[in-house]
Write a protein that binds this ligand. Structure first.
Ligand SMILES: CC(C)(COP(=O)(O)OP(=O)(O)OC[C@H]1O[C@@H](n2cnc3c(N)ncnc32)[C@H](O)[C@@H]1OP(=O)(O)O)[C@@H](O)C(=O)NCCC(=O)NCCS
Length: 196
């Protein structure tokens, strides 16, 4: 394995990384708990926010020239309406929130601190830009979900250790198609927050 490198991309430098981000999303989110059957139209729609938001950021992990992990962040006000909706009644002003979108790392590269690094890089940028709150959301799955692999636990303890608090009152509904579904259906995504 060549040495791993971490690159932080913003502004116009970010656009060339979008296809890699999409490729990793489709590969990693195909697994439990997301079970996302990626499709090009969904990806193009979802990733457009990153290209249009002037302050968006992508962190890439490379093994030599190969991109093996990616993580992203952008102002919540520049995200899709479904992610802003739960904040209108229950949360702080959307314009104060720095939204941490996905963290995706190929399985062979997990457990060596890159997940922590993803948080550090994204939080640093949110602080520099003057945001008060960092937030992300995670899909909710029942303990007895038929596709849960044996021994698969949630990342909740990791997120708590990184300083995040879960907000069961802040739930977004995002739709995508799972392998057992004919069409997209809505999934509950619970938000977590941390003061920056
Ligand atoms: C989330 C993800 C990027 C974390 O990457 P990672 O590099 O393995 O994370 P780290 O090595 O920094 O681990 C951080 C801590 O979380 C713990 N952890 C990692 N995966 C875990 C899991 N599945 N269950 C419980 N704890 C876990 C590690 O043990 C470590 O704890 P420690 O510091 O006490 O040893 C990676 O697991 C991943 O790509 N998962 C699939 C996609 C996903 O669910 N992303 C999050 C929502 S977008």
């Amino acid at each position: 394995m060549a040495e791993l490198s971490v690159e932080v991309l913003t502004g116009p430098d970010l656009a060339p990384a979008i296809p890699e981000l999409s490729r990793l999303r489709v590969t990693v989110f195909r697994e439990f708990p997301y079970l996302y059957v990626g499709d090009a139209a969904y990806e193009a729609r979802y990733l457009r926010s990153y290209l249009e938001a002037p302050d968006s950021l992508v962190v890439l992990v490379k093994d030599g020239e190969k991109v093996v992990g990616a993580s992203s962040a952008l102002p919540l006000k520049d995200e899709q309406a479904e992610l802003q909706a739960p904040w209108q009644d229950n949360g702080p002003d959307v314009s104060t929130v720095w939204y941490l979108a996905e963290s995706v790392l190929l399985p062979g590269y997990r457990g060596r601190g890159l997940g922590v690094r993803f948080f550090e890089e994204r939080e640093r940028r949110g602080r520099e830009l003057g945001y008060d709150t960092a937030s992300f959301c995670a899909v909710q799955r029942p303990d007895n979900h038929p596709r849960r692999p044996t021994g698969h636990g949630p990342l909740d303890e990791f997120w708590k250790k990184c300083g995040y608090t879960r907000h069961p009152e802040l739930i977004a509904r995002l739709s995508w198609r799972e392998p057992d579904e004919e069409a997209e259906s809505p999934k509950d995504m619970v938000f977590w927050t941390k003061r920056l």
